[in-house]
Design a protein. Sequence first.
Length: 582
Amino acid sequence: TCPSHQVFNYIIVGAGPAGLVLANKLSANPNVTVAVIEAGDEQYTNPNVTRIDAFGLALNTSIDWSYTSAPQKYLSDKTLTYYSGKALGGTTTINGMTYLRAEKGQIDAWEGLGNPGWSWDALFKYYKEQEKFQVPDAEKVRNGASFEEGVHGGKGEVKVGWSSLFMEDGVFEMLRETSANMGIAWNKDPNGGRMGGFSTWPFTLDAEKEIRWDAARALYYPIAHTRPNLYVFLNTTATRILWSDSKATDGDVVATGVEIVTSTNDTRQTLQACEEVILAAGSLRSPALLEHSGIGNPSVLGPIGIETIVDLPSVGANLQDQPNMAISYASLTNWTGYPCFVSYLTAADIFGANLSAFTSELSANISAYAAQIVADAPENETTTAIEEALLKLQADLVFAENGTVPLAELLWAPGAGSITCVFWTLLPFSKGNVHITSPEAAQQPAINPNFLQLPIDTLIQAAAAVKVRKYFATAPLSSHVTVEVAPGLGVVPKDAGWRDEKWVSWIKQEYNPNYHPVSSAAMRRREWGGVVDANGMVYGSRNVRVVDAGVFPTQISGHLSASVYAVAGKIADAIIAGKKGK
Ligand SMILES: Cc1cc2nc3c(=O)[nH]c(=O)nc-3n(C[C@H](O)[C@H](O)[C@H](O)COP(=O)(O)OP(=O)(O)OC[C@H]3O[C@@H](n4cnc5c(N)ncnc54)[C@H](O)[C@@H]3O)c2cc1C
């Protein structure tokens, strides 16, 4: 028990989906006090957050951190805007609401990275338990909404379904038939562990009231007035973790609370935690908080005058995100409605007869790729042995014979006088990092995903682009489009293959992040570049956890939020069960 109400059992930093799952679950016990610290404000009535047609409107507003990436070495030093939510509800207040989980095989691979108990079946329990699936009516089903029995849950907090803005009649059938003619089968439900094929996806929304369903709506507002043991500090930023003068018997550091600053008062204040400090500030900020608190790589912390109290060079390492760009064709039709059509392609779908040659080329290059990753990282961040093992694991998963893990995602967006396909490589091999560059906590860290560091990522993206063009040339989609608007045949000639330099330069020019940054506080065995153990506990600490998208041991093929909710749910239960880890 804690001595007074000024001292909380748990302090959670960040009120995104991860932070709010933790807050909700931990505060269900009335004897436990929980403080949530969130840099942003509540957005209950902000129409940019509630309107189901609002995706995009909140970007670059006060609820978006709008970070700028570090210059991207492999993109001619270009910097990219990194959207990220700053609100009660975190990035779910500004995101696209797509509810897509992951591929079974890739979650099963998490266990092998030193995480006992992490498998698809373990996460499936949480996906279902947290979900309130709203069964689509007959009209929505005619327009493509579909699901498999047993895949969804009906009693959870996260509302999932389709809105009335569904794309008009005919689009679903047109894309489904085109996919079939491409050899891409219809997948009735991509959320059951097999994502490959052509599908429609559900959204995180309230289908009856037609409002977006962000993490605060799901997990905070319903309990806000019924839990006096839950304290939420809005417009408040955590600047560092506070440490006890004495260490635990095994030498681990012990957190006593956090230092905070509010948006109206520059004076540093402290909040004390008698049990744990849990960082859920997102994959771009939790590593920065660890570093500002002295946990990290001495070669990163030393030069900016921060004393290393736990030597953990993998903090902020392993950052991975996906490349995002679009191919667009003119159409004589003004398509209306909100699209939710996706094609998930495997390596075999993308490379066809070239697959085994491509796989051999990759295998032959793995050592060189590992060396490149090490060369681009700060001193002692990682080793070629670790990187080689991780690259091999990913290559085996993605390029396995008869492998089912999707390697590229194609989103179909018919609009006014056009049909656009937004597409991205799902599992890039390039690897970056996120590190602080100043002792000032208010300064954003340097976000460096190292996009297109390894040539293989450009080739996969180009091969996906060639496949998108083939889609547009296949009936019946081909009969609904006229000229290619982007990139346009003048930029990339019609017959350009995926090794063509024209694709490479177009990809480098059009490059955007996909805003799915993961693994910067990876849950892995410590000697394999892990930051946290299988229960989210930071190595070298007695009572500090990280629980957010940063702990994903690897990138996933789904969109992140469904899996962030599930990962946080599983770790919250581990905390409640008293498993401190290690
Ligand atoms: C433009 C965009 C579109 C997306 N679309 C989709 C989609 O359609 N479907 C999907 O599943 N996923 C989507 N995502 C990704 C998904 O929303 C995020 O991966 C997910 O919200 C991450 O959850 P999190 O809890 O790890 O972090 P976040 O949701 O980012 O929450 C972290 C919170 O911590 C707060 N914070 C940070 N530092 C501090 C500090 N020092 N002190 C106090 N508070 C702090 C932040 O303000 C934020 O509220 C999208 C992301 C973006 C940017």
